[in-house]
Design a protein. Structure first.
Length: 445
């Protein structure tokens, strides 16, 4: 079957121009200029999507999500969160290993792929988790099947902290050809800060003190250590959720060995927002100062940040009660990442072409994802159609995530995701996700 998308402005590979996308089965068969296209050539049985007034983007690739399955499915699962992804224009995700059990064995990894093959509404893959003693398994991983190794150099969610120097050396030696994605926070510094803050403010300090506990110093020390190890062992390193101006100084534009990720949460919020949003924006690493937020936004345009992801991490609202010690860290963002970042386009922080590079092109390049991330002939037809100047206010009824809440509830967005195509199939259209559609496992390298 053929599908024709016409009338919209196609954004891909530095261009934003009118064109007609022709899809045949799962792939983009051609992209043609309107002036050279004969509408009479459209077969009667073809599907025609009128994107007039819209922008047509490559489907977003979210390289950092926690979909909570297996083991924590009261919060979220692959079905519910991939449904939220589809509703947000996200057509592929890479899931993190801190589930129950953790994805640190070959058997646990295969179990996740089997689960996704039954329930994921978009394309999928899963990081393999590093521990203090499993580097010997890295060579048994299929590099066409697995995006990379996830390394927790700071204690966050789950019990996967790698804190022994000899283990870190083995991990950075053994990872190639897979990249390492590292969560960089120094646990010793965090623990010391927590003791100090508790001494002054009680056993469960207010969440506004979270940036003092998971401090700039803790982030910087760990990121410096990861970069030093990557250089020593010639490893490919991607530092997750960079949150401080000091860390960003460690990264250089166009460096293909050592790269940085910014998350939607750290770009949208700063420490002044704790007063209104409280623990709904409690994440690890912590949301930092307005200055850090401003510098991170600068890094989107100047090339020091390579990818934007969500670190989508749903919890039940009951688990977000408390303060720095008791409330769970993490927030659900996958459904609203694209429309939120399009607001930064409206604000002049970055162009829509740069947004596409950070959220589709660069994720595909960084992890060498085959046939994804671009709108060009021969690519899989993963497409998000978005409409500007279409205000709507987020209510709880709009939320697809199983946890049922968002820190953005009540916010009025100017952009709307109208349609999401995954492998040429309309998986989402104007409020409805196709419950029967299943995505594909991503292929790498």
């Amino acid at each position: 079957m053929k599908t024709f998308i016409s009338g919209g402005r196609i954004v891909s590979e530095g261009k934003c121009q009118e064109g007609i996308i022709i899809i045949e089965d799962e792939e983009i068969a051609d992209i043609v200029q309107p002036s050279s296209f004969d509408p009479q050539s459209i077969p009667q049985e073809a599907q025609v999507i009128d994107a007039t007034g819209c922008y047509v983007l490559p489907g977003i690739i979210d390289t950092h999500v926690h979909f909570r399955e297996p083991g924590m499915t009261e919060k979220a699962d692959i079905e519910s969160e991939s449904r939220a992804a589809a509703a947000g224009g996200v057509t592929s995700f890479l899931d993190m290993p801190n589930t129950v059990p953790p994805t640190t064995t070959l058997e646990a990894l295969e179990d996740k792929f089997q689960r996704a093959a039954r329930s994921s509404h978009v394309n999928y893959s899963f990081f393999f988790g590093a521990t203090n003693d499993n580097a010997g398994l890295f060579q048994r991983l299929d590099p066409h099947h697995v995006p990379g190794i996830k390394l927790f150099m700071g204690s966050s969610t789950g019990n996967m902290l790698v804190d022994r120097d000899e283990a870190l050396e083995r991990i950075f030696q053994a990872a190639a050809p897979l990249p390492i994605m590292a969560h960089c926070e120094d646990t010793a510094i965090i623990n010391r800060n927590m003791q100090t803050v508790k001494a002054g403010y009680g056993d469960d300090p207010d969440v506004s003190l979270h940036p003092l506990i998971r401090s700039e110093e803790a982030c910087l020390a760990s990121t410096q250590k990861a970069i030093a190890l990557a250089r020593k062992h010639h490893a490919r390193l991607h530092v997750a959720h960079v949150s401080t101006a000091e860390e960003l100084e460690l990264f250089q534009p166009n460096n293909t060995q050592i790269t940085a990720e910014a998350t939607v949460g750290h770009l949208l919020f700063n420490s002044q927002d704790y007063a209104q949003l409280g623990t709904r924006i409690k994440v690890n690493p912590a949301i930092k100062s307005p200055v850090d937020q401003f510098i991170l936004r600068q890094g989107l345009a100047d090339g020091r940040i390579t990818t934007i992801a969500t670190d989508h991490a749903p919890h039940l609202l009951s688990q977000k009660e408390g303060g720095c010690a008791r409330a769970a860290s993490g927030m659900p963002m996958v459904q609203f990442s694209l429309v939120a970042m399009l607001e930064l386009v409206d604000a002049g922080v970055l162009t829509i072409r740069r947004l596409v590079e950070l959220m589709a092109h660069n994720p595909a390049r960084l992890f060498n994802i085959r046939q994804r991330g671009f709108l060009r002939k021969g690519q899989k037809a993963d497409i998000a159609i978005v409409r500007p100047n279409s205000p709507w206010t987020l209510t709880q009824a709009d939320i697809e995530s199983k946890c049922g809440w968002s820190p953005l509830e009540g916010h009025t967005f100017n952009w709307r995701v109208e349609q999401t195509l995954c492998n040429g199939h309309t998986v989402y259209c104007n409020g409805h996700v196709d419950p029967d559609f299943i995505g594909q496992p991503l292929v790498f390298r």
